[in-house]
Design a protein around this ligand. Structure first.
Ligand SMILES: Nc1ncnc2c1ncn2[C@@H]1O[C@H](COP(=O)(O)OP(=O)(O)OP(=O)(O)O)[C@@H](O)[C@H]1O
Length: 256
């Protein structure tokens, strides 16, 4: 074994291949085949969306990619490293946006992000900078349960980015937000991607997928039906929108 440290990302081997590869992932919960043979590849620097209706298997797919769940079958690699079994050196290089409900109870916004930062050995100054980046400096002293939905989502994004990960996963980051808060979050996600980071998000919003994503995987019943740039994919299929594409692929109307 090489003596290379496993915790210092600065010494991690640089990997130039795809950010993510997944081969034939499957996961079953009792009678439900939540993920049914998902294969995909995400390029470095890409903004990639996993789109599908409720129950399509988006969250489970993400959890398998992230290494938060063990697949029944198949493999995923992130930045060249197998995501299962979990590898602490890899976890240091990825960010996972947690739901607002996963905050530490009763802490203020500043205390939340400083606590996340401390887990990664990141300075308080950098934590405060992230709070500024997501526009929450004025709310630094506010307790998590007193933040609005949009503020809580921005705080959870800041917590996922505080250690400057190369790859970030977001599970339905704008669900429940009003249009303005949603746009603000879109801007943050775009600039995070423009800074060179690979971004993967799940969404049930066609609009969001079309606006943000370089490529989208359309999922239904645990399977990826089609992958491509949203507009080009619809054009190739001879339809006007992702909504019509979904109808063509499944024979069902898409309900957000
Ligand atoms: N822990 C679990 N135990 C049992 N069944 C589960 C579990 N998690 C998900 N499922 C089921 O697996 C299927 C896929 O769920 P998943 O959450 O991955 O879909 P999704 O596309 O993210 O849906 P949503 O948009 O509603 O979050 C659903 O039928 C769901 O009910």
């Amino acid at each position: 074994m090489s003596p290379r440290t496993i915790t210092d990302p600065g010494t991690a081997p640089r990997h130039t291949g795809p950010a993510i590869t997944a081969e034939c992932l499957r996961k079953r919960y009792g009678e439900t085949q939540a993920v049914d043979g998902v294969s995909l590849e995400v390029e470095r620097g890409e903004f990639y969306g996993i789109l599908g209706p409720n129950g399509a298997g988006k969250t489970t797919t993400m959890e398998l990619l992230e290494g938060l769940r063990r697949p029944d079958e198949g493999h995923a690699r992130l930045l060249g490293t197998a995501s299962w079994p979990r590898d602490p050196a890899l976890l240091r290089r990825i960010g996972v946006q947690l739901q607002a409900s996963a905050f530490f109870e009763r802490l203020t916004a500043r205390e939340q992000i400083r606590t996340f930062a401390a887990l990664y050995g990141i300075s308080e100054a950098r934590a405060d900078e992230m709070l500024e980046t997501v526009g929450l400096t004025e709310k630094a002293g506010t307790r998590e349960d007193k933040l609005s939905g949009g503020q809580a989502q921005r705080l959870s994004l800041a917590c996922a980015l505080v250690h400057d990960p190369e790859l970030v996963f977001l599970d339905e980051p704008t669900t429940g937000l009003d249009p303005q808060a949603r746009r603000n979050l879109w801007d943050l996600l775009r600039s995070s991607n423009a800074a060179g980071r690979t971004v993967v998000l799940t969404t049930h919003s066609m609009d969001e997928a079309e606006t943000l994503c370089d490529r989208v995987a359309v999922m239904d019943h645990g399977r990826v039906l089609r992958v491509g740039p949203p507009r080009a994919m619809a054009e190739e299929a001879g339809v006007d929108s992702l909504e019509d594409l979904f109808l063509q692929l499944t024979g069902r109307e898409y309900r957000e």
